[in-house]
Design a protein around this ligand. Structure first.
Ligand code: RTP
Ligand code: MG
Length: 135
């Protein structure tokens, strides 16, 4: 498997909990390098654009409202098989179903406030990295 990049967001709940460093340590211990990073307060339009794929879903309004509720930490991670390595670190979308030792099991509150985002494919990773960091 080749070196890849993936887009990660530490969501408002985890930023508020002061666990950015703990989550970064998990990326680093898994061999993922932080190659771009910025803290941001997303606007409504930025959050809607980022999650546009979900705009017809019943949870879309709540998801956007949550993502603009406080600052987020956005990073591009680079490493072997980075997309899947990050998804494995994150755990299941619903923290109640997330495996022990995953970021969501340890830091997330609920399916809405679930601590982190990670790209779900290499193709989406490229789109999402360009969305926040440009080419
Ligand atoms: P993410 O995109 O944030 O990394 O999360 P994911 O791939 O694990 O989950 P996805 O299906 O892409 O959903 C995006 C976010 O929407 C919220 N969600 N709520 N109430 C629900 O049934 C529901 N389903 C999804 C979650 O906060 C999820 O992270
Ligand atoms: Mg997703």
């Amino acid at each position: 498997m080749a070196v890849q990049r993936t887009l990660s967001i530490i969501k408002p709940d985890a930023v508020a909990k002061n666990v950015i460093g703990k989550i970064y340590t998990r990326f680093e211990n898994a061999g993922l390098k932080i190659v771009e990073a910025k803290m941001a307060q997303l606007t409504q339009a930025e959050a809607e654009g980022f999650y546009a794929v979900h705009k017809e879903r019943p949870f879309f309004a709540d998801l956007v409202k949550f993502m603009v509720s406080g600052p987020v930490m956005i990073q591009a991670l680079e490493g072997e098989n980075a997309v899947q390595v990050n998804r494995d670190l994150m755990g299941a979308t619903n923290p109640k179903e997330a495996a022990a030792g995953t970021i969501r099991a340890d830091f997330a509150e609920s399916i809405d406030a679930n601590a982190v985002h990670g790209s779900d494919s290499a193709e989406n990773a490229a789109i999402e990295i360009a969305y926040f960091f440009g080419k």
